[in-house]
Design a binder for this molecule. Structure first.
Ligand SMILES: [Zn+2]
Length: 528
């Protein structure tokens, strides 16, 4: 295992910079000009095509000129945003910013919008191997394959899946990802090399006789109370401690390490206390999967006499450092407990949606919880999660006097950025495009037929924007992708290898299990 301070991913040299980059004089001349003129000029530039731009030499400021800076509370048209080192150094009129940074690497921001980087608070990155299988059979997956695809991956192939997930993340505006897994040390270096800001959230469990998330059959067939193991607990917390020692704070502070109790149903009171104590001792966040199914709730009441949330509360687990994953099945007592302790909710709207149950987000907001977002399995696209979160929460607010008005796109972007930064315990560092904050951001090309014209840009982006409109992503002042070219990973090679591995794995799954059968609706004859 490795990982030293100030490690940087290897990046192309300045010689690969775009030959079509505008001169400073041209950009200064544009200051104060009408938006229509600027946009017409931009169209001309795009028609000629732009070569990929590489990373500027270390230490050279970057100025996004004549761009639009979009935040939940403010959209600033025709401004420049300067990045110096790893921080946002200035936002203001382009001519003034360029005067201040005469040697800047200038990024033509015309027809572009800059948004704060998105935070994924709940990802199982290697689960991309189960795409097309995990989304359509509820949770826990009710389709029983003879062999699970993840079991057919070598350690190297498991790391490849994590890299593919990271590639998807950075191409879709995510700048911070929390990887929830066991034995993260096996792929920590590969994930760190992507340049993403990462939280390595090492999962720990200490039950001997509860194999995983509670199922209908598991609840029905369980005849003994959960048996907890001090050995499993100690081994798990040692893994967390070792990972923390190796990685926490590394890569200019881009890497954090959290302890996570895997599931409510696989956690003893002692484990919950140990996870929280570790977070308090080292000033970290911590998490658990919570109330994913009615079977989990019934299991906890059967053996512990309380709801999963009540079980956490009994251990003193709830609080402002705590972010709970999922929370699809909460009652009003649970919601009040989470709200009064200022706990954070990581809402995986896409996964909740395809599992058919949306958590009571409106009630959780009203109770005082901060909402953050995650992807869970299969996808790593938080940008698309934002739209699902908005639509599903609106649909769930059945008693609103005026349906279709809450939440607003501004609320949703705040969840995915500020809410996420709170869960990552990085509120002072990331989450907004403020001067002095880390330069974690993404750039969208808004000159698209689904985005222009617009009356309110953020609304257009959340309702109609596409992840593929994102052309650049920056973390810690470093481009991970610039003008659609990924700089920290070999995208074509990774995709080719992942496709090969995926085809081999699924061929083996089908050979062992037979073709996967889908419970489709019967198609009926049309009546004329
Ligand atoms: Zn999960």
């Amino acid at each position: 295992m490795s990982g030293s301070d100030n490690d940087r991913p290897s990046l192309p040299s300045d010689s690969t910079r775009c030959s079509g980059t505008l001169s400073r004089r041209e950009l200064l001349a544009g200051a104060g000009a009408g938006a229509a003129v600027l946009l017409l000029e931009q169209r001309g530039l795009q028609a000629e095509g732009t070569a990929p731009q590489g990373q500027p030499p270390s230490g050279r400021p970057i100025v996004f000129a004549h761009t639009i800076v979009v935040s939940p509370d403010l959209t600033q048209e025709d401004v420049a945003l300067a990045v110096e080192g790893d921080r946002i150094a200035a936002i203001g009129p382009t001519d003034e910013v360029l005067e201040k940074y005469p040697n800047a690497d200038v990024y033509d921001g015309r027809g572009k919008a800059i948004l704060p980087g998105l935070v994924n608070c709940h990802a199982h990155m290697a689960a991309v191997i189960a795409r097309g299988y995990n989304e359509d059979f509820g949770f826990p997956n009710s389709y029983k394959l003879a062999v699970r695809p993840s079991r057919l991956l070598s350690p190297e192939e498991n790391t490849l899946m994590v890299q593919i997930a990271a590639l998807e993340a950075l191409k879709t505006g995510c700048t911070t990802v929390m990887q929830l897994a066991g034995n993260i040390h096996t792929h920590a270096a590969a994930l760190a090399e992507t340049g993403l800001r990462c939280v390595f959230a090492e999962g720990v469990r200490d039950t001997e006789n509860v194999p995983g998330p509670m199922t209908l059959e598991g609840l029905r067939d369980t005849t003994e109370a959960p048996r907890f193991s001090a050995r499993l607990r100690d081994e798990g917390m040692q893994r967390v401690s070792d990972l923390f020692t190796a990685w926490h704070g590394k890569n200019n502070g881009r890497i954090s390490v959290f302890a996570v109790a895997g599931l409510a149903e696989t956690s003893s009171q002692e484990l919950l206390k140990a996870v929280r104590a570790f977070a308090e001792e080292h000033d970290l966040g911590y998490s658990v999967h919570l109330s994913q199914t009615t079977w989990e709730n019934d299991f906890m009441k059967k053996w512990h006499g309380v709801s999963p949330t009540g079980w956490l509360d009994r251990a003193g687990f709830l609080g402002p450092r705590f972010f709970a994953g999922h929370c699809r099945y909460l009652d009003d007592v649970d919601i009040a407990l989470l709200g009064s302790t200022r706990s954070i909710i990581s809402h995986q709207a896409n996964m909740a949606g395809n599992r058919g149950v949306i958590p009571p987000i409106a009630k959780l907001r009203a109770a005082g919880c901060t909402i953050a977002n995650g992807t869970d399995n299969n996808t790593n696209d938080v940008f698309s999660v934002m739209r699902t979160a908005l639509i599903t929460e609106r649909c769930s607010r059945t008693s609103d006097l005026r349906p279709g008005t809450r939440p607003q796109p501004e609320d949703i972007l705040a969840d995915a950025t500020q809410g996420g930064s709170a869960a990552a315990n990085l509120e002072q560092t990331i989450g907004t495009l403020d001067i002095g904050k880390k330069a974690d951001l993404f750039v969208m090309n808004i000159m698209k037929p689904h985005l222009v014209p617009y009356g309110r840009l953020l609304s257009a982006i959340i309702h109609g924007g596409q992840s593929s409109d994102i052309e650049s992503t920056m973390v810690d002042g470093q481009f991970l992708m610039r003008n659609n070219e990924v700089l920290t990973m070999d995208e074509p090679a990774l995709l080719a290898e992942a496709d090969k591995v995926g085809r081999r794995v699924w061929a083996e799954v089908v050979e062992a299990s037979g073709p996967v059968r889908f419970p489709r609706e019967p198609r009926r004859e049309r009546m004329i």
